[in-house]
Design a protein around this ligand. Sequence first.
Ligand code: NAI
Length: 379
Amino acid sequence: MTRLVVLKEIDPVERRVAVVPADLPRLDDLGLEVVVERGAGESAGHPDSEYELAGASVAPLPEALDKAAAVLVKVRPPNEAEAGALPQHATLICFLPPATNLPVVGKLRDRGITTYSFDLAPRISRAQSVDALSSQASASGYEAAILAARRLGQMMPMLMTAAGTIPPAKVFVMGAGVAGLQAIATARRLGASVSAFDIRPEASEEVRSLGGRFVDLALEATRGAGGYAAEQSEEFLRKQQELVATTIADSDAVITTAAVPGRPAPRLISAATVETMKPGSVIVDVAAASGGNCELTRDGEEVLHQGVLIVGAGNLASEVPKSASALYSRNVSNLLALLVKDGRVVTQPEDEVLMSMCVTAGGQVRHEPTRAAMEGTAE
Ligand code: NAI
């Protein structure tokens, strides 16, 4: 049997786990023997005893990695020290945006580790079952609306009482991709009046189908490849900022999720625009980890600027760790179903999904843009 180790996340703010006990029978069917690092699932609501009951063994580090650990799974990218301690020639599955993790990629390459990154999953129908970016974005979008509701000093739904009528909160969602659409759906369920904007014109139909109003800016955006948005010119972003400013000023809560893969988040809200918002309003910036959509965002922090609260919410999926882990774990086991045949890891996969997701293998960087970036930097 091939040994798979579920690693505990080392970043204290990360509460998700890569494999949940419910998926252990699927891994067993693939011929994998599962070892869970002690305490790995605890913050996601899965104590060690639950894994043991489902057939896994539990061990602390370094014991968990001692004996022929062939496949290692986790959520976050390893840091350099963590990558340096992973067993040589193992296979690692996790999130790893290579462009912003070049030293870690170098470490993994030098240790002969084969790395599959969910950040590189292709956006084709066949790859939907391993699309962890989407599964985690759904969790983030949900949590963004809940967080906005919690931080806002007013209720989301309209309330008619003998003491008077409270109007519904006005929520504006910028970026209507996977996270944005889930934020719209959740804010609508809470009873808010929701409007949204995205540079992809096809998003307007999706926003309307969820009961939101699409704010049409009549701007011609540059189209991206493969269903993604492209980075827009400075002139476009300046115009966009101008056109959305009145909608932002009129909103009680703004949820921003705009992103361009591999690039810093587009700047959509200036400090001057924040200053036009009503005191007590809230901005939840889901794009905080890649620089933020708002000029005043600081990832992982809450900034109060002239009465407006700006929440830098770059890791919201971790705030609903049980649900987010269940989805991620299913993505992981679907990937393993492609990678493990007859109980053994396929070393030279010809599968298009696996090939796209491969960052390092056989002592080399396999992801071409990353290799080019590394050759361009003095390592
Ligand atoms: P993402 O996380 O990369 O970006 C989030 C949103 O920000 C996108 O909708 C993008 O258009 C928008 N955005 C970028 N620049 C903006 C700007 N300046 N102003 C306003 N909005 C801006 O994208 P995500 O959410 O991962 O996916 C986007 C779309 O891709 C989905 O809605 C879906 O249509 C498609 N998709 C296709 C999949 C497949 O075929 N397997 C899987 C997942 C998504």
